[in-house]
Design a binder for this molecule. Structure first.
Ligand SMILES: *[C@@H]1O[C@H](CO)[C@@H](O)[C@H](O)[C@H]1NC(C)=O
Ligand SMILES: *[C@@H]1O[C@H](CO)[C@@H](O)[C@H](O)[C@H]1NC(C)=O
Length: 405
């Protein structure tokens, strides 16, 4: 990988650099993974190296792939961060500052301190000075940006009858639909279904982070890089069924919108339709990717095909008359339109969003990623939740230890 035109001076710097970086993580030969778990705190002290360059698992010596790139090495021997074209994204209210700060720390400590990705914060009301100043003060890597959501992305379209919407919210509340009585929840679901990506037009990939979430494990590899290199378009960390009363009428529109052959997965179409329907498209089995964690290639949503799909759903007014969530809306599209290989499930991040927790079932994975979670509280493989198994089966993945078909 060394380039011959390397000047002697740069060569010497590189040698010094490799010696410095390798010495940080060199693990004596023959040591087992579990011994090397006792990682010194120095993993976060490798500031000489810079973000994006020293992502190693314990027991793995640095691969000088990036070091070979002269452009990345400046005269003082520092590496420029090697970041993907990506950002974090949070929809958050001023009143959720504390929970947002907690999420920022989670992401920072478990991942972004070694990378430094940007973060876009969006709000339907202007952010207060206090919110912005405090958030900025929590950033040690990456740049926060603050956006007020334009009114057209957070208001009633003119074909929706507001009185009827208010009435159906009262009905939904009486029927105990989760968040059934909330008007802002309706706007949020519609915004997350059809508009958020317009705020992120200068990025290719995004990672959604809600206030108050946790990552119980280190996120060692850069998911954005894995996506680009592996041509992935959608990443999930939790899979489960949606409440039946929150998707009323959704499947009917989906069936009308997509040609019949989209539903006969892997026979006519190389997709994951059988993740969302057990009967060749007759009914929706309620399985979905829990989209409050979501990493996606934004081109997925920016394309005309998605726009047409969203417009068909939106035309029914059911983002207001029902309580359609963005999770089934995204998931159904992803399952029908993407190839199975373009969808990825991250089962080692230990994602938590009230009230659900994911925790890797694999003990080695928990140690390597320094997880702080109890696999008995894991939700992905809970006995009542067949959607994870369903997904693994359709993907041809091996089940984690202790889980049986
Ligand atoms: C080299 O990288 C360091 C650390 O990122 C930075 O402070 C310095 O300004 C860079 N020097 C040049 C010449 O780009
Ligand atoms: C990042 O992606 C966006 C959207 O595809 C594109 O417009 C922009 O030019 C890209 N930026 C870089 C630095 O490649």
């Amino acid at each position: 990988m060394w380039r011959h035109k390397c000047s002697l001076a740069i060569g010497i710097l590189l040698v010094l650099f490799i010696m410095m970086t390798v010495s940080v993580t060199r693990i004596p030969q023959g040591i087992t993974i579990s011994e090397s778990i006792k990682r010194p705190a120095s993993i976060f002290k490798q500031t000489d190296v810079g973000p994006g360059t020293t992502i190693t698992r314990p027991g793995q010596v640095l691969i000088p792939e990036l070091i070979a790139d002269e452009a990345a090495l400046n005269v003082t021997g520092h590496m420029s961060p090697r970041l993907e074209n990506a950002t974090f994204f949070s929809l958050v209210r001023n009143s959720e500052l504390d929970q947002m700060l907690s999420s920022i720390r989670e992401v920072q400590d478990r991942f972004n301190i070694r990378f430094g990705y940007d973060w876009v914060f969006a709000n339907d009301k202007p952010f207060t000075e206090e919110f912005m100043t405090t958030v900025r003060s929590y950033f040690t890597s990456g740049t926060p940006q603050f956006v007020t959501i334009p009114r057209e992305y957070w208001s009633y379209p003119d074909w929706v009858d507001k009185d009827r919407a208010a009435e159906s919210r009262r009905d939904a509340e009486n029927q105990r639909v989760m968040y059934g009585g909330s008007e802002s929840y309706r706007h949020m679901c519609r915004f997350n279904s059809g508009f958020f990506f317009y705020l992120l037009s200068s990025y290719r990939y995004y990672w959604r982070v809600e206030p108050g979430i946790k990552f119980s494990c280190d996120i060692i590899d850069d998911p954005f890089r894995l996506m680009r290199e592996g041509s992935k378009k959608y990443v999930s960390a939790m899979i489960m069924p949606e409440g039946e009363n929150a998707v009323k009428g959704l499947w009917t529109v989906v069936r009308q919108h997509f040609p019949a052959d989209f539903f006969t997965s892997q026979v006519d179409h190389n997709n994951l339709a059988s993740f969302i329907t057990d009967d060749g498209g007759l009914t929706y089995n309620l399985c979905h990717f829990w989209s409050n964690f979501e990493i996606a290639d934004l081109d997925l949503f920016r394309g005309e095909q998605y726009q047409e799909y969203f417009n068909a759903l939106d035309a029914t007014g059911n983002f207001f008359y029902e309580r359609w969530g963005d999770a089934p809306v995204h998931s159904i599209y992803v399952a029908l339109v993407l190839q199975p290989s373009e969808i990825m499930f991250l089962d080692t991040v230990g994602y938590y969003h009230k009230p659900n927790h994911a925790c890797p079932r694999d003990e080695t994975a928990r140690k390597v990623n320094r997880c702080l979670c109890d696999p008995n509280e894991d939700w992905n493989w809970h006995t009542w939740n067949s959607c994870g198994k369903n997904y693994f089966k359709m993907q041809g993945h091996q089940l984690p230890p202790g889980i049986v078909w």
